[in-house]
Design a binder for this molecule. Structure first.
Ligand code: GRF
Length: 215
């Protein structure tokens, strides 16, 4: 149970690319809507556009290329070290295209979040929007969930549905979902950092709020 507000909370964001969700977190942080500062942005790719967003916001950036690590465990350990050295208590994956293993997840138990562009457990993995179109669903959406070593599988913090239209392409559906991502990711971070929640089985239960009012 996370029943106390974390006083020394600090956020680390992991990215691999464009970084629009990172930008949503930066904007929310500037407006004091997150509950903690973003201490560092780590990318496994030196050319990730999101690094420029972090630099523009005056946030420290670290490039940690996965190609230099001998295996996943070594990479996870290096990541943990970078984040721990900076006092990070909550890790947000924002388009980070690497699976994190038990070494990483155990270093930050119930303190790693991810945003995924579908209503999980539907369409985990790559190109979730294309998967949704191919399957013919009429509704998709976005999910913020805790990260476990299993791909896109951890307990769900927040979800919001998005309609799928007959003339949607992967691009138009992705854009509609992305708008929702940018809204619910900062909100999920805020709620997790505010405390007063617990995980029962797979369910994340917020004791102090009525989820019917907040959604
Ligand atoms: C988003 O659609 C996110 O849900 C998924 O990867 C994409 C990252 O986009 N995990 P961005 O880098 O945040 O713009």
């Amino acid at each position: 149970m996370s029943d106390v507000r974390e006083t020394q909370a600090a956020i680390g964001v992991l990215i691999s690319g464009r970084g629009s969700n990172l930008q949503a977190l930066i904007d929310a942080s500037r407006e004091r809507r997150l509950g903690a500062p973003i201490r560092v942005v780590v990318s496994n790719r030196a050319d990730a556009l999101g690094l420029d967003r972090a630099r523009a916001a005056g946030i420290e950036t670290v490039v940690l290329p996965h190609t230099q690590a001998p295996d996943r465990e070594a990479y996870d350990r290096a990541l943990v070290q970078v984040l721990r050295e900076r006092g990070v208590t909550l890790v947000c994956l924002a388009g980070f295209m690497r699976l994190l293993g038990p070494v990483f997840c155990e270093a930050f138990p119930d303190r790693v979040l991810n945003i995924h562009p579908s209503l999980l457990p539907a369409f985990p993995g790559m190109r979730a929007q294309a998967q949704a179109l191919r399957h013919g669903v009429k509704v998709s959406g976005a999910t913020v969930h805790f990260v476990t070593p299993a791909l896109d599988d951890g307990p769900i913090v927040l979800q919001e549905a998005v309609p799928v239209y007959d003339d949607d392409t992967e691009e138009t559906l992705s854009a509609r979902i992305l708008e929702v991502e940018h809204r619910i990711y900062p909100e999920a971070v805020r709620r997790v950092l505010a405390g007063g929640w617990r995980i029962e089985g797979r369910r994340v239960l917020f004791a102090s709020t009525d989820s019917r009012d907040e959604r």
